[in-house]
Ligand binder design. Structure first.
Ligand code: G
Ligand code: G
Ligand code: MN
Ligand code: NA
Length: 253
Protein backbone atom coordinates (compact mmCIF):
# COMPACT_ATOMS: atom_id res chain seq x y z
CA UNK A 1 0.00 0.00 0.00
CA UNK A 2 1.03 3.57 -0.65
CA UNK A 3 1.73 5.73 2.34
CA UNK A 4 1.77 9.44 2.74
CA UNK A 5 5.52 9.36 3.35
CA UNK A 6 6.22 7.56 0.04
CA UNK A 7 4.24 10.25 -1.72
CA UNK A 8 6.13 13.00 0.07
CA UNK A 9 9.38 11.42 -1.14
CA UNK A 10 7.97 11.08 -4.65
CA UNK A 11 7.57 14.84 -4.82
CA UNK A 12 11.08 15.46 -3.45
CA UNK A 13 12.63 12.94 -5.83
CA UNK A 14 10.80 14.29 -8.86
CA UNK A 15 9.10 10.97 -9.47
CA UNK A 16 5.85 12.55 -10.64
CA UNK A 17 5.37 12.94 -14.39
CA UNK A 18 2.64 14.24 -16.65
CA UNK A 19 1.24 12.21 -19.51
CA UNK A 20 -0.90 13.87 -22.15
CA UNK A 21 -3.95 12.55 -23.98
CA UNK A 22 -4.98 14.26 -27.23
CA UNK A 23 -8.40 15.75 -27.88
CA UNK A 24 -9.42 15.68 -31.53
CA UNK A 25 -12.03 17.44 -33.64
CA UNK A 26 -13.90 14.61 -35.36
CA UNK A 27 -14.77 16.82 -38.35
CA UNK A 28 -11.25 18.00 -39.14
CA UNK A 29 -9.23 15.23 -37.52
CA UNK A 30 -7.02 17.88 -35.93
CA UNK A 31 -5.73 17.75 -32.36
CA UNK A 32 -6.98 20.89 -30.61
CA UNK A 33 -5.92 20.11 -27.06
CA UNK A 34 -4.43 17.66 -24.61
CA UNK A 35 -5.44 16.60 -21.11
CA UNK A 36 -2.58 16.42 -18.62
CA UNK A 37 -2.80 13.25 -16.54
CA UNK A 38 -0.41 12.68 -13.66
CA UNK A 39 1.56 9.48 -13.09
CA UNK A 40 3.99 8.40 -10.44
CA UNK A 41 7.09 6.79 -11.87
CA UNK A 42 8.00 4.69 -8.86
CA UNK A 43 11.61 3.41 -8.83
CA UNK A 44 10.52 -0.16 -7.97
CA UNK A 45 6.80 -0.40 -8.63
CA UNK A 46 6.80 1.27 -12.05
CA UNK A 47 4.02 3.62 -13.14
CA UNK A 48 1.44 4.13 -10.44
CA UNK A 49 -2.03 5.34 -11.43
CA UNK A 50 -3.43 8.55 -9.94
CA UNK A 51 -6.44 6.53 -8.83
CA UNK A 52 -4.11 4.97 -6.24
CA UNK A 53 -2.41 8.10 -4.93
CA UNK A 54 -4.67 11.11 -5.55
CA UNK A 55 -7.01 10.03 -2.70
CA UNK A 56 -4.00 9.86 -0.35
CA UNK A 57 -2.82 13.22 -1.62
CA UNK A 58 -6.28 14.67 -0.97
CA UNK A 59 -6.48 13.30 2.57
CA UNK A 60 -2.99 14.35 3.58
CA UNK A 61 -3.10 17.78 1.96
CA UNK A 62 -0.20 16.83 -0.34
CA UNK A 63 -2.59 17.54 -3.22
CA UNK A 64 -1.82 21.22 -2.72
CA UNK A 65 1.90 21.06 -3.64
CA UNK A 66 1.17 18.32 -6.20
CA UNK A 67 -1.60 20.38 -7.79
CA UNK A 68 0.71 23.38 -7.94
CA UNK A 69 3.36 21.30 -9.64
CA UNK A 70 0.88 19.93 -12.18
CA UNK A 71 -0.29 23.43 -13.11
CA UNK A 72 3.25 24.75 -13.44
CA UNK A 73 4.48 21.74 -15.40
CA UNK A 74 1.49 21.68 -17.77
CA UNK A 75 1.75 25.41 -18.55
CA UNK A 76 5.51 25.22 -19.01
CA UNK A 77 5.27 22.20 -21.31
CA UNK A 78 2.59 23.77 -23.48
CA UNK A 79 4.52 27.04 -23.73
CA UNK A 80 7.60 25.06 -24.78
CA UNK A 81 5.61 23.26 -27.49
CA UNK A 82 4.26 26.59 -28.74
CA UNK A 83 7.79 27.99 -28.79
CA UNK A 84 8.97 24.97 -30.76
CA UNK A 85 6.41 25.75 -33.42
CA UNK A 86 3.86 23.05 -32.63
CA UNK A 87 0.24 24.07 -33.37
CA UNK A 88 -1.28 26.42 -30.79
CA UNK A 89 -3.30 23.84 -28.88
CA UNK A 90 -4.47 24.02 -25.27
CA UNK A 91 -3.81 21.95 -22.17
CA UNK A 92 -6.48 20.78 -19.69
CA UNK A 93 -5.60 20.25 -16.05
CA UNK A 94 -7.74 18.34 -13.54
CA UNK A 95 -8.45 20.13 -10.28
CA UNK A 96 -9.19 18.17 -7.13
CA UNK A 97 -11.88 19.07 -4.63
CA UNK A 98 -9.40 20.34 -2.09
CA UNK A 99 -7.59 22.46 -4.65
CA UNK A 100 -10.85 24.03 -5.75
CA UNK A 101 -11.56 25.01 -2.16
CA UNK A 102 -8.06 26.32 -1.56
CA UNK A 103 -8.06 30.10 -1.08
CA UNK A 104 -4.85 30.60 -3.01
CA UNK A 105 -5.95 28.65 -6.12
CA UNK A 106 -6.30 31.89 -8.06
CA UNK A 107 -2.75 32.94 -7.13
CA UNK A 108 -1.44 29.49 -7.99
CA UNK A 109 -3.02 29.55 -11.45
CA UNK A 110 -1.94 33.15 -12.08
CA UNK A 111 1.59 32.24 -11.04
CA UNK A 112 1.79 29.20 -13.30
CA UNK A 113 0.67 31.35 -16.24
CA UNK A 114 3.05 34.18 -15.44
CA UNK A 115 6.09 31.97 -14.85
CA UNK A 116 5.53 29.98 -18.03
CA UNK A 117 4.42 32.88 -20.19
CA UNK A 118 1.55 30.75 -21.54
CA UNK A 119 -1.40 32.71 -22.94
CA UNK A 120 -4.27 31.96 -20.48
CA UNK A 121 -6.63 30.98 -23.28
CA UNK A 122 -4.52 27.85 -23.79
CA UNK A 123 -5.11 26.63 -20.23
CA UNK A 124 -8.32 24.82 -19.32
CA UNK A 125 -9.24 23.74 -15.80
CA UNK A 126 -11.42 20.66 -15.29
CA UNK A 127 -13.74 20.51 -12.31
CA UNK A 128 -16.39 17.91 -11.55
CA UNK A 129 -20.04 18.43 -10.69
CA UNK A 130 -19.37 17.23 -7.14
CA UNK A 131 -17.27 20.36 -6.57
CA UNK A 132 -20.15 22.66 -7.47
CA UNK A 133 -22.58 21.77 -4.67
CA UNK A 134 -22.18 25.19 -3.09
CA UNK A 135 -23.56 27.15 -6.01
CA UNK A 136 -22.80 30.69 -4.82
CA UNK A 137 -19.24 29.83 -3.91
CA UNK A 138 -18.73 28.01 -7.20
CA UNK A 139 -19.92 31.02 -9.19
CA UNK A 140 -17.56 33.34 -7.29
CA UNK A 141 -14.61 30.99 -7.74
CA UNK A 142 -15.28 30.36 -11.43
CA UNK A 143 -15.68 34.07 -12.13
CA UNK A 144 -12.29 34.73 -10.55
CA UNK A 145 -10.73 32.01 -12.67
CA UNK A 146 -12.44 33.30 -15.82
CA UNK A 147 -11.04 36.76 -15.03
CA UNK A 148 -7.58 35.26 -15.42
CA UNK A 149 -8.59 34.33 -18.97
CA UNK A 150 -8.50 30.55 -18.57
CA UNK A 151 -11.13 28.09 -19.79
CA UNK A 152 -13.33 25.97 -17.53
CA UNK A 153 -14.63 22.47 -18.29
CA UNK A 154 -16.99 20.25 -16.32
CA UNK A 155 -15.41 16.80 -16.24
CA UNK A 156 -17.28 13.47 -15.91
CA UNK A 157 -20.44 15.32 -16.89
CA UNK A 158 -23.68 13.45 -16.24
CA UNK A 159 -22.48 11.39 -13.29
CA UNK A 160 -22.85 14.02 -10.57
CA UNK A 161 -25.86 15.39 -8.84
CA UNK A 162 -25.59 19.04 -9.75
CA UNK A 163 -28.87 20.56 -10.78
CA UNK A 164 -29.12 21.38 -14.47
CA UNK A 165 -30.79 24.64 -13.52
CA UNK A 166 -27.45 25.98 -12.29
CA UNK A 167 -25.50 25.02 -15.35
CA UNK A 168 -26.22 28.23 -17.25
CA UNK A 169 -25.17 30.30 -14.23
CA UNK A 170 -21.68 28.86 -14.20
CA UNK A 171 -19.24 30.68 -16.49
CA UNK A 172 -18.02 27.48 -18.17
CA UNK A 173 -16.75 26.76 -21.66
CA UNK A 174 -16.99 23.03 -22.06
CA UNK A 175 -18.71 19.85 -20.93
CA UNK A 176 -16.92 16.51 -20.99
CA UNK A 177 -19.42 13.67 -21.33
CA UNK A 178 -18.45 10.93 -18.92
CA UNK A 179 -16.92 7.74 -20.29
CA UNK A 180 -19.69 5.57 -18.87
CA UNK A 181 -22.20 7.04 -21.35
CA UNK A 182 -19.87 6.49 -24.28
CA UNK A 183 -19.12 2.91 -23.24
CA UNK A 184 -22.82 2.03 -23.39
CA UNK A 185 -23.53 3.55 -26.79
CA UNK A 186 -24.97 0.98 -29.21
CA UNK A 187 -25.66 -1.27 -26.25
CA UNK A 188 -28.41 0.60 -24.53
CA UNK A 189 -30.87 2.76 -26.46
CA UNK A 190 -31.95 4.73 -23.39
CA UNK A 191 -28.32 5.60 -22.83
CA UNK A 192 -28.17 6.81 -26.43
CA UNK A 193 -31.11 9.08 -25.71
CA UNK A 194 -29.25 10.55 -22.74
CA UNK A 195 -26.16 11.26 -24.83
CA UNK A 196 -28.28 12.89 -27.55
CA UNK A 197 -29.92 15.03 -24.88
CA UNK A 198 -26.58 16.13 -23.38
CA UNK A 199 -25.28 17.01 -26.84
CA UNK A 200 -28.37 19.01 -27.72
CA UNK A 201 -28.32 20.80 -24.36
CA UNK A 202 -24.67 21.74 -24.82
CA UNK A 203 -25.47 23.17 -28.26
CA UNK A 204 -28.35 25.22 -26.86
CA UNK A 205 -26.20 26.55 -24.02
CA UNK A 206 -23.39 27.20 -26.54
CA UNK A 207 -20.98 25.04 -24.65
CA UNK A 208 -18.21 23.13 -26.32
CA UNK A 209 -18.36 19.40 -25.87
CA UNK A 210 -15.94 16.51 -25.59
CA UNK A 211 -16.88 12.85 -25.43
CA UNK A 212 -14.48 10.93 -23.24
CA UNK A 213 -13.48 7.29 -23.40
CA UNK A 214 -14.13 6.92 -27.13
CA UNK A 215 -12.74 3.49 -28.00
CA UNK A 216 -14.48 2.43 -31.22
CA UNK A 217 -15.24 3.81 -34.68
CA UNK A 218 -18.95 3.14 -34.12
CA UNK A 219 -18.93 5.32 -31.03
CA UNK A 220 -17.16 8.08 -32.94
CA UNK A 221 -19.64 7.86 -35.82
CA UNK A 222 -22.58 8.08 -33.46
CA UNK A 223 -21.09 11.18 -31.84
CA UNK A 224 -20.26 12.67 -35.23
CA UNK A 225 -23.82 12.14 -36.40
CA UNK A 226 -25.15 14.09 -33.42
CA UNK A 227 -22.56 16.85 -33.86
CA UNK A 228 -20.45 16.14 -30.82
CA UNK A 229 -17.19 17.38 -32.31
CA UNK A 230 -14.69 16.83 -29.51
CA UNK A 231 -13.37 13.31 -29.09
CA UNK A 232 -10.98 11.93 -26.48
CA UNK A 233 -10.17 8.29 -25.92
CA UNK A 234 -8.10 5.23 -26.78
CA UNK A 235 -9.43 5.26 -30.39
CA UNK A 236 -7.31 8.37 -30.94
CA UNK A 237 -4.56 7.67 -28.42
CA UNK A 238 -3.97 6.64 -24.85
CA UNK A 239 -2.26 9.19 -22.58
CA UNK A 240 1.37 9.52 -23.72
CA UNK A 241 4.65 10.85 -22.31
CA UNK A 242 5.41 14.39 -23.51
CA UNK A 243 7.88 13.46 -26.25
CA UNK A 244 5.60 10.81 -27.76
CA UNK A 245 2.68 13.21 -27.71
CA UNK A 246 4.75 15.87 -29.48
CA UNK A 247 5.64 13.31 -32.18
CA UNK A 248 1.97 12.41 -32.60
CA UNK A 249 1.02 16.07 -33.04
CA UNK A 250 3.80 16.63 -35.57
CA UNK A 251 2.82 13.57 -37.58
CA UNK A 252 -0.89 14.45 -37.59
CA UNK A 253 -0.47 18.13 -38.44
O1 G B 1 -5.08 9.12 -15.99
P1 G B 1 -6.16 8.22 -15.55
O2 G B 1 -5.28 7.52 -16.06
O3 G B 1 -5.82 6.99 -14.82
O4 G B 1 -6.65 9.12 -14.31
C1 G B 1 -7.38 8.57 -13.26
C2 G B 1 -8.04 9.67 -12.46
O5 G B 1 -7.04 10.55 -11.91
C3 G B 1 -8.98 10.54 -13.29
O6 G B 1 -10.15 10.73 -12.51
C4 G B 1 -8.23 11.83 -13.43
O7 G B 1 -9.12 12.92 -13.50
C5 G B 1 -7.39 11.87 -12.17
N1 G B 1 -6.20 12.69 -12.40
C6 G B 1 -5.24 12.52 -13.33
N2 G B 1 -4.30 13.48 -13.25
C7 G B 1 -4.70 14.33 -12.24
C8 G B 1 -4.17 15.52 -11.68
O8 G B 1 -3.15 16.07 -12.10
N3 G B 1 -4.85 16.08 -10.64
C9 G B 1 -6.00 15.53 -10.16
N4 G B 1 -6.60 16.14 -9.15
N5 G B 1 -6.54 14.41 -10.67
C10 G B 1 -5.90 13.80 -11.69
O1 G C 1 -11.76 11.57 -14.60
P1 G C 1 -11.05 11.88 -15.87
O2 G C 1 -11.97 12.05 -17.00
O3 G C 1 -10.07 13.02 -15.77
O4 G C 1 -10.19 10.58 -16.18
C1 G C 1 -9.54 10.30 -17.34
C2 G C 1 -9.21 8.84 -17.25
O5 G C 1 -9.76 8.11 -18.36
C3 G C 1 -7.74 8.53 -17.25
O6 G C 1 -7.59 7.50 -16.36
C4 G C 1 -7.48 8.05 -18.66
O7 G C 1 -6.35 7.20 -18.74
C5 G C 1 -8.77 7.28 -18.92
N1 G C 1 -9.12 7.09 -20.33
C6 G C 1 -8.89 7.94 -21.35
N2 G C 1 -9.39 7.46 -22.52
C7 G C 1 -9.95 6.27 -22.23
C8 G C 1 -10.64 5.29 -23.03
O8 G C 1 -10.84 5.41 -24.24
N3 G C 1 -11.09 4.18 -22.38
C9 G C 1 -10.91 4.02 -21.03
N4 G C 1 -11.39 2.89 -20.50
N5 G C 1 -10.27 4.91 -20.27
C10 G C 1 -9.79 6.03 -20.85
MN1 MN D 1 -10.39 14.85 -16.69
NA1 NA E 1 -13.82 12.53 -17.14
Amino acid sequence: IILENDLRHAIERNELVLYYQPQVNSHTGKIFGVEALIRWGHSEKGMISPEKFIPIAEESGLIVPIGKWVLEQACQQMKEWHNEGLPLIRVSVNLSLRQFFQDDLIDTVANALKTSGLDPKFLELEITESMTMNVDRTIIMLKKLKNLGVRIAIDDFGTGYSSLSYLHQFPIDQLKIDQSFIRNLQIDSQNEAIVETIISMAHHLRLELIAEGVETKDQMEFLHQFQCNGIQGFLISKPLPAEELAQLIKSSD
